[in-house]
Design a protein around this ligand. Structure first.
Ligand SMILES: [Zn+2]
Length: 116
């Protein structure tokens, strides 16, 4: 598997994990395992998601892995909207939510760095 692809899959998994942990933490998560990709090797950790997020991640992996456009543009600039509409809406929400969380935690690290 090429490095860029693996990096993208890892990002997708981590974003969906962050989102699921905060939004669906009480739903009942289980360990994610796909036949097509070794999720734990790609992310370097155990991935726990609720059933809905597991489906979303699976969809995102398949779409990303089969993306025919080379070099691949950022998904939001892509002319070829390949996600199923319901997943597209969902992944957008995930990216927005987790993206903001990551920025916030980045700032927090910076604050800690200043304080200690
Ligand atoms: Zn979830």
């Amino acid at each position: 598997m090429d490095h860029k692809l693996e990096q993208d899959l890892k990002t997708l998994a981590l974003f969906i994990c962050t989102y699921c942990r905060h939004r669906h933490g009480d739903v009942g998560v289980s360990r994610v395992a796909f036949k097509t990709h070794d999720v734990e090797r790609i992310t370097g950790r155990r991935v726990m998601l609720c059933p809905a997020c597991t489906k979303l991640l699976s969809h995102a992996f398949v779409k990303r892995a089969n993306c025919p456009i080379e070099p691949k543009p950022a998904c939001k600039h892509c002319p070829e909207h390949c996600y199923h509409p319901s997943y597209r809406e969902k992944i957008r929400e995930v990216m927005k939510y987790s993206g903001r969380r990551l920025v916030l935690s980045g700032r927090l690290d910076y604050l800690f760095h200043l304080l200690f």
